[in-house]
Design a binder for this molecule. Structure first.
Ligand code: FAD
Length: 923
């Protein structure tokens, strides 16, 4: 209905539309305002967008459609409705989704999950690779902080984000990728250590154009990925295949080269390396510190796993105890079983809840037969003939939390016991092996035996030498080590360019985000289960245990994503947009507009109130608001204009319309009449009857307020010709029973209780002030009434003016009104503007404040009291000054002035006093 008018406005040569924009500041006065406008980022270049909708068609993110009152879904890139003016698209992005914010590398998890849900696997893999060069490895070993932050867990279980990443990495491993290198640079960088930290640093620096050489002490690449994590979790061909990308980039590798033995840091500098990164990891198992640790049969977990992983011959015992609760402990235990150890126990001093190993790993270990002795501490390894024969232990109980936040284990007196074993594998922690590394240079080491590095830049005490990963943080995780590698690469790049290394680095690392998903209508859906190798096939076998999702599992798992942030920048739209209009990097812009007058027409909101629940709203999709029903009736609406129930698409045979839901109800805070409900309810009931001839419409009302020409007749026609049943009375309860919407009420004309069993109920909810209108009113220096609607200067004499000259109001921002009233008020406001701006001079209130400078003490009370920003204290002259163009003569400043320095021109104190006397006189 408004379409043609809106088109006219959009095409008018003298009208500029500033869509998706808001006024955030106002200066000046009538005839000469400056409005500061925030133009929100649309992420689409409107000069290029043709409104073709190709982007919306490919967008995998579906969100509730506000224009359809949440009755249908729209894409995250959308145009509000087909006839929208201008016919342009915008992207709905709410911020960074929790999964991405929690990832140390900020991999776009929501984005690739959305792409998988749409079957775009190659695009998904390309998106992962933008921030993570090792998707297959990550999909297998990452401890997935993204999943810990996943909002889906508030409904049922977190999305299996990591397994989805693995799915695309495995399925599309042949996908070529853009390995472009920025302009080649002369400087060379030495990376020491080929673990995840070193590999990512090498990858990033090479892509920035530096010559990179990786020095690795061991004969294999990958650090703990190769010599710690067993191959049944991370197949070696996959590991080598993903590391291969660095070779293709031109990174040079020198294996079997230990810094501090084969070559020193000083020699690296002499060889011409401009910067060095130390990613040495933590490869020495910490001792238990108990008697008997030197006996034959005691193996540090990382030393044991390293030997096994390097293919060395390792003799295992028959009964082994692994001490610790982390991933290394679980890996050692499961490896022992595979090597033929008959009885493997994990001994852990805390309880299952505190165990740091990944939950899935613990479950699999137990499944394979590993026993776990919780709340148990080894106190002595007992030997015979120099070999382990038993271990003495004590049971523990948990006390108060320690500095790690976990409850401190305390030995229980008299609970000592003995375990008969022939092998002990301590897996309590590891430290870096720094022997010889700092030789000849002043490399600072912490008291925990790690390398000291600046937390922001990772610079060490030696200029040009940086360090990161486990060697700095102590044993942590794969993804944190990668993030440290990336951090170091940024620092090294800046160091070599002579730039400030510390500036602007706040966004690195995980952060909190307040983005929350819209969970309306989301039902339970269980998380997909990873298929695994049969138990019987695992013994003596290092084949991968997790077999990966099939396509069906992956897609349905991806569809569980709540798309917390709306648009996830998956970039499907970028590929689809022929005019190249998508601008994901767009930011909000601010413009100052010089205007002579302002018309505020910000409309209204519908009542969202917990009291709506008493009307059953939210308990059944078939209890809708009148606005929702309006969309159901609309030919361009979600049902194409056919009246169908949202729950099952059936044509409703009885519909109950309820007026005054929220309004005319002082208890709900809306004592006023919303004015338009009686008539639009009558209209909707009539339209319903036109579509469903054999349907019955009921209307509950308090009294019918048909205040408009021909309105009363319209209601009469509805009753007499269409058979709409108008019931005078209040509804007491609406609820769902046996597939029907039950409406209980009282007919106040007959005094009888009424019960209607209907297929749908339509609630005419109150009109309330627009959200944010109070702030806007403050900013524009105009007033609001007791309910929060914008206040006119005088209801009858100046209905479109405000008390601030040059600012006018129109429409439901002032009070509830229908389209006809709105249009006439808007015309009135427009005429006022014409009147204001067409004259040679501006009219102004004659009564304005004036300051007596002799008396004024510049205390500032007047400035604080002025609602119009008209009074300002001149700090140099130490006197308050009044801008007469802004002053509305309200008297607020003179009341606030403690020294009586402010009076009003054309109005003496004597006049005020006389007025007060008259007003307070007793009659
Ligand atoms: P590392 O991966 O340890 O790599 C350091 C490299 O530096 C090694 O290759 C080493 O040989 C080399 N090096 C050392 N000194 C020198 C020198 N002087 N000269 C040249 N080279 C040198 N994390 C997870 O997120 N998920 C898991 O499932 C997981 N499982 C684990 C299982 C085990 C058994 C262990 C021990 C750790 C596990 N971790 C896991 C932790 C994770 O592997 C580490 O946090 C991560 O590998 C640390 O990366 P880094 O690059 O700092 O060091």
């Amino acid at each position: 209905m408004l379409g043609p008018k809106m088109m006219d406005v959009g095409r008018h040569p003298n009208i500029t539309l500033w869509m998706y924009s808001e006024v955030v500041g106002l200066g000046g006065e009538a005839g000469d305002f400056t409005a500061r406008v925030r133009r929100r980022a649309t992420f689409v270049d409107w000069d290029k967008c043709t409104g073709c909708a190709a982007c919306g068609d490919v967008c995998p993110v579906k969100m509730w459609n506000e224009f359809e009152s949440g009755l249908s879904r729209r894409a995250a890139i959308y145009r509000p409705f087909p006839q929208a003016v201008p016919n342009k698209f915008v992207i709905d992005r709410q911020g960074t989704p929790p999964c991405q914010a929690a990832c140390p590398l900020h991999v776009n998890a929501q984005g690739y999950t959305a792409l998988i849900s749409a079957g775009k696997y190659r695009e998904a893999l390309a998106l992962v690779r933008e921030r993570n060069p090792f998707p297959g490895i990550t999909g297998r070993v990452c401890h997935h902080p993204c999943e810990a932050a996943c909002e889906r867990a508030t409904i049922d279980e977190a999305i299996a984000i990591d397994f989805l990443k693995r799915f695309v990495a495995d399925r599309e491993s042949d996908l070529e990728w853009d390995l472009e290198i920025a302009e080649e640079r002369e400087e060379r960088v030495a990376i020491v250590g080929s673990g995840p930290a070193g590999l990512v640093a090498a990858y990033d620096l090479r892509r920035r154009g530096y010559g990179v050489t990786v020095f690795e002490a061991l004969p294999v690449l990958g650090g703990m990925l190769a010599v710690g994590i067993p191959s049944y979790r991370l197949p070696r061909d996959l590991l080598e295949g993903e590391i291969d990308v660095l070779k293709r980039l031109g990174v040079e590798f020198r294996l079997n080269t230990r810094i501090g033995r084969e070559v020193t840091l000083e020699e690296l500098v002499a060889e011409g390396y401009g910067a060095i990164f130390l990613g040495l990891g933590a490869h020495v198992s910490r001792k238990l510190g108990i008697d008997g640790e030197d006996l034959e049969g005691v193996w540090g977990a990382v030393e044991f796993l390293r030997s096994v992983n390097l293919g060395e011959k390792v003799r295992v015992g028959k009964r082994a105890a692994v001490i610790g609760g982390g991933n290394a402990a679980i890996d050692a235990a499961r490896t022992l079983l595979r090597l033929g150890c008959e009885d493997v126990s994990i001994v852990y001093r805390r309880s299952r809840v505190e165990m740091p190993a990944m939950e899935r790993e613990i479950v699999e270990a137990e499944h394979e037969g590993v026993k776990i002795e919780y709340l148990t501490l080894p106190t002595k390894v007992i030997g015979s003939g120099g070999k382990v024969v038993a271990m003495e232990c004590v049971r523990m109980e948990l006390g108060e939390p320690d500095e790690s936040g976990r409850r401190r284990p305390i030995p229980i007196e008299g609970s000592e016991f003995r375990m008969e074993i022939d092998m002990v594998v301590p897996a309590i922690s590891q430290s870096p092996d720094l022997e010889g590394v700092g030789e000849g240079v002043d490399l600072e080491i912490t008291r925990w035996g790690s390398i000291a590095a600046d937390p922001v830049t990772l610079a060490t005490s030696v200029s040009g030498v940086f360090a990161g990963g486990d060697a700095v943080t102590g044993p942590r995780t794969y993804i944190e080590a990668m993030a440290q590698g990336r951090k170091a690469a940024i620092s090294i790049d800046r160091y070599l360019r002579g730039a400030d290394m510390a500036v602007g680095r706040d966004g690195e690392g995980p952060f909190e985000t307040d983005v929350k998903p819209d969970t309306r209508g989301v039902g339970q859906a269980p998380r997909a289960v990873m298929p695994t190798l049969e138990l019987g096939e695992r013994a003596g076998d290092f084949r991968e245990v997790d077999l990966g999702f099939d396509e069906e599992q992956a897609v349905s798992e991806a569809k569980r994503c709540l798309n917390c942030a709306g648009c996830s920048e998956c970039k499907a739209c970028v590929a689809a947009c022929e005019p190249d209009a998508i601008r994901h990097g767009m930011e909000d812009a601010f413009v100052d507009l010089d205007v002579g007058a302002i018309v505020v027409a910000t409309g209204y909101d519908l009542y969202e109130w917990e009291g709506l629940a008493a009307y059953g709203y939210g308990t059944s999709p078939d209890i809708v608001t009148a606005l929702e029903f309006e969309r159901i009736l609309a030919a361009s609406g979600p049902t194409g204009g056919e009246v169908r129930r949202p729950s099952d698409g059936r044509i409703p045979k009885e519909v109950v319309f309820v007026n005054c839901v929220g309004s005319r109800d002082p208890e709900s805070g809306v004592a006023y009449c919303s004015r338009v409900c009686c008539m639009y309810t009558a209209k909707e009931a009539m339209l319903y009857k036109h579509r469903v001839h054999d349907g019955q419409a009921y209307v509950f009302y308090i009294d019918i307020r048909s205040n408009g020409k021909g309105y009363e007749e319209f209601v009469q026609r509805g009753m007499e010709e269409e058979g709409i049943l108008f019931l005078r009375g209040k509804v007491s309860k609406i609820f769902q029973e046996d597939g029907k919407i039950m409406v209980w009420g009282v007919d106040t004309l007959t005094g009888r209780n009424v019960e209607v069993a209907a297929d749908m109920a339509v609630l005419a909810t109150a009109m309330v002030p627009n959200k944010g209108v109070k702030e806007l009113a403050k900013l524009l220096r105009i007033g609001t009434d007791e309910y929060g609607f914008l206040k006119e200067a005088h209801l009858k004499l100046r209905p479109v003016e405000t008390l601030t000259a040059g600012i006018f109001i129109a429409g439901a921002a002032q009070s509830p009104k229908d389209i006809t009233d709105t249009v006439s008020q808007a015309s009135g406001a427009a005429m006022k503007v014409v009147d204001l701006l067409s004259g040679d001079e501006l009219d102004h209130e004659p009564t304005v404040a004036s300051v007596d400078p002799e008396v004024c003490r510049a205390c500032g009370y007047c400035e604080a009291a002025c609602a119009y920003g008209a009074v300002e204290v001149d700090l140099v002259e130490k006197v308050a000054k009044v801008n007469e163009m802004l002053c509305e003569g309200c008297g607020g400043c003179s009341v606030a002035c403690p020294s009586g320095a402010i009076s009003h021109t054309n109005f003496s104190s004597r006049q005020y006093m006389e007025m007060i006397e008259v007003a307070t006189e007793d009659y």
